[in-house]
Ligand binder design. Structure first.
Ligand code: 6GU
Length: 271
């Protein structure tokens, strides 16, 4: 998979080089390119914003720098080495911060994720869907947002996905993009060492995860539940599922209501 990110704060994304995602980049399983939007401006002050038509508070991101950045990404498509040079006179992006490059892929239109509190709410199901894509592009807006015309234009060249990470307001799309990139990239086969650790997680099957314990068996007068020391794997599996049901009913009854296929044992655990 190739992930391109465009931001006026490319340094924000540096944290993605750490840990599992950084290792996936090192192993060539993931190419992560972060571009600075200001590299696609040509005035003395590298202007990326202006006041909104129709009035109102705040500033709006100008269309042209976004178009040039996205055109460069289209031109450097993975597996599309012979693509045309970007139109509109974009300079080669010597300022582009290439965190790493990996193997060319290619094919369908890239997916353009536009982080916005006005987007569709991102969840595990969407993360799984996006993890199957070859090429994701994150357009991190700041201020009040991006001129709608360049979003509409981009819709002709990208699969457009305005995405929110929840019902609250952030100052820009960078942190939201990092959240989505982490959730998506850990689902790419091979990125997580032990794929079994993915299956019993919260939100994988609609239940929250069970409580976990490690040594010592007794800590400050608190004992590990005895059943976990019993070696009875069937009983442990049942206990864990009961705890998941119990926890989900208490913390997220909305999730429980969405489950259709509860067994008799499951229903008994909830009574
Ligand atoms: Cl994706 N962006 C911004 N700016 N604020 C948000 C958000 C995204 N998701 C929730 N709040």
């Amino acid at each position: 998979m190739t992930i391109d990110v465009v931001s006026i704060f490319p340094e924000y994304l540096a944290g993605l080089q750490l840990s599992l995602i950084g290792k996936a980049v090192d192993r060539g399983q993931l190419a992560l390119n972060v571009r600075d939007l200001r590299d696609f401006t040509f005035d003395r002050h590298n202007t990326v914003d202006d006041s909104p038509y129709g009035g109102g508070a705040g500033m709006v991101m100008k269309a042209e720098p976004w178009a040039l950045a996205l055109e460069e990404i289209l031109a450097s498509r993975p597996g599309d080495v012979q693509a045309a040079q970007p139109s509109g006179g974009a300079q080669p992006t010597d300022g582009a911060q290439l965190i790493a490059g990996a193997k060319p892929t290619g094919g369908a239109k890239p997916t353009l994720i536009v982080p916005s509190p006005a987007g569709e709410v991102f969840d595990q199901r969407i993360a799984e869907d996006l993890a199957s894509r070859q090429h994701l592009v994150f357009a991190c807006g700041r201020y009040e947002g991006i001129d709608q015309r360049v979003i509409d234009w981009a819709g002709e060249h990208f699969e457009l996905r305005p995405m929110s990470i929840g019902d609250y307001v952030l100052n820009g799309g960078e942190v939201a993009s990092m959240v989505m990139i982490e959730a998506i990239s850990r689902l790419i086969p091979g990125v997580i060492g032990n794929p079994e650790s993915l299956t019993e997680e919260s939100h994988e099957d609609g239940l929250l995860e069970y409580p976990i314990y490690t040594k010592p068996a007794s800590w400050r007068g608190r004992d590990v539940p005895e059943i976990l020391l019993s070696g009875n794997h069937a009983a442990i599996a049942r206990w864990r599922r009961d705890r998941r049901l119990e926890r989900t009913a208490e913390v997220r009854p909305d999730l429980l209501a969405r489950l259709s296929d509860l067994s008799r044992d499951d229903q008994a655990a909830l009574e």
